[in-house]
Design a protein around this ligand. Structure first.
Ligand code: ZN
Length: 175
């Protein structure tokens, strides 16, 4: 049996998933900076154990300032908006629904809701989502987002040698 095509396909899937994770965390991080001006640390990492249906890459942002209310909702959502960034110019109700369904349980927690509350329609996020889609469609913001995501990927691959403390994928203070 020739495993080469399988390995090639897995590699490609892995690279695509790594980009997804990076766009996700970069989305959270950039919006947090805009909301607070406080520093934030973002990381992406390959998962060591994989279960069926799970993603190859995980990610995490660490913040040192709690957010509540509207700010919490605006901070919890941009992970998925970041993941869907390639499709935002054709954003309609279907895509909005897809994005909300893709919000992870930890992101719902950041928003201040449980997955059950979200599924049963108790949390209305339409306005925040529209606002974020507009923000991510702004060319200047989009360029920043792409740059941060690239930096996360390069750091995760262990090739970044810029002025960032070891062990940290990205940390930045607003200028
Ligand atoms: Zn997230």
């Amino acid at each position: 049996m020739n495993l080469h095509p399988v390995i090639h396909r897995l590699k490609r899937l892995g690279a695509r998933d790594r980009r997804r994770a990076a766009l996700h965390e970069a989305g959270h991080a950039l919006v947090f900076l805009r909301l607070t001006g406080a520093s934030i640390t973002a990381r992406i990492y390959p998962r060591s154990e994989l279960w069926i249906g799970e993603k190859f890459w995980g990610g995490h942002v660490e913040t040192y300032r709690p957010l509540i209310g509207r700010n919490a909702r605006l901070f919890g959502l941009p992970g998925v908006v970041g993941e869907y960034v390639d499709r935002l110019d054709e954003c309609d109700d279907d895509l909005m629904r897809d994005m909300l369904e893709a919000v992870s349980s930890s992101d719902w927690a950041a928003i201040g809701a449980t997955v059950d509350q979200a599924r049963s329609g108790q949390v209305v996020l339409h306005d925040e989502l529209v606002e974020l889609v507009e923000l991510f469609s702004n060319p200047e913001f989009a360029a920043d987002h792409a740059r941060w995501a690239r930096l996360l990927i390069v750091k995760a691959a262990g090739r970044y040698d810029g002025p960032i403390p070891p062990g940290e994928i990205y940390r930045r203070h607003r200028p």
